[in-house]
Design a protein around this ligand. Sequence first.
Ligand code: UDP
Length: 413
Amino acid sequence: MTTILEQYADIVGWEVIDQLYQLAAPLKGIKVVHVNSTRKGGGVAEILNKLVPLQKDLGIDVTWEVIKGNKDFFKCTKSIHNSLQGSNIELPQSMMDTYEKTNEKNAEKLKKKLNDADIVFIHDPQPAPLIKYFPERKGKWIWRCHIDVSKPQRTVWKYIKNFVKDYDASIFSLPAFAQPLPHPEYLIPPSIDPLSEKNMDLSREEIEQTVQSFGIDIERPIMLQVSRFDRFKDPVGVIQAFKLTKKFVPSIQLVLAGGEATDDPESNSVIEEVRLAANSNPDIHILLLPPDAHRTINALQRGADIIIQKSTKEGFGLTVTEALWKGKPVIGGDVGGIRIQVVNHHTGFLVKTPEGAALRARYLLFHRERLNEMGKKAKIFVKENFLLTRHLREYLTVMVSLKYGVKERIELG
Ligand code: UDP
């Protein structure tokens, strides 16, 4: 019988699969728990949905827990998220109290599970204070930061660091995000699953049907940004870029496809700003999709001519990886994780302004051969760097090294 992992052999080769089995051998049966703040919506949930079953498949006793909180808690964690990504926000004492109290309540519920675990991964700032309530923990605790903390608001970072410093290790997505901390820091970029509904091949017929079902004309050029409605994703900047491109390519249409993450209380006000900027333009399609619309997003990405990710801060940007994997060059904001995916002029273009984005969009629309050539490079680049199997290998390596205290090298086989 083929295991889940073995299904990837066709894409990455058997050597990669064998290496994963070898790395996982010393971890068989150990208890690993991942903790984050939402099961649906956003990149972290997307990744855990894929990584957890694979770790299980390798014989690790792994579970995924989601902390619970009320509106006030998520308002507070969104402020922390925004300020860690550089917004100048003060955290009032009442917010810190809500943040810590909610974590304390969750700690109660998770007490036995987390105390007994050999390795605990705490994802992002929302559950970061949990560690404070586990003085009797027996395993190693890792803080996995997915966001762009290259220039955090200092007071808020100092506050969060107070929790993070007690962890045994932390993981950041890029070197630019690493912070001075009194423990080992690992750099692991995220990944996509090439076999998931979000990324698998689709028939031309399905792509066309999906695109047309939203009233979008498949015969005319399509510019697409897939993102939660979040100001750091700059959807209004995308509309500006679209309007500038339309001066030269009048038939172009814009699709802003997003949804709501359950831990994001700001999306409604951003959607309002987007609607205002779109000003009922019939060629701007704002799609509010349910969190499990993976196949729909896949089809939209495959049906688009120009894929844009105009973020002004970006922890990584799985939407960029997803587009590159589908053979589409990406016009991306010159920030955070987009920089390690968009190799300027090769897998896409890095831009700083709506004008820059429009210039590159116009170029690609008028140079289709170049677009296709860059798209081919983009797919190879993802295959070599950003697939799930590489991500899994690096997580296994961190686990082996923390569990067995390996400092310099891990011998296989
Ligand atoms: N996504 C989705 N539905 C949406 C918007 C986004 O499924 O309406 C997915 C998107 O395809 C990607 C992930 O959510 O897999 C977003 O990850 P990314 O790293 O781009 O951004 P984040 O939301 O984590 O900031």
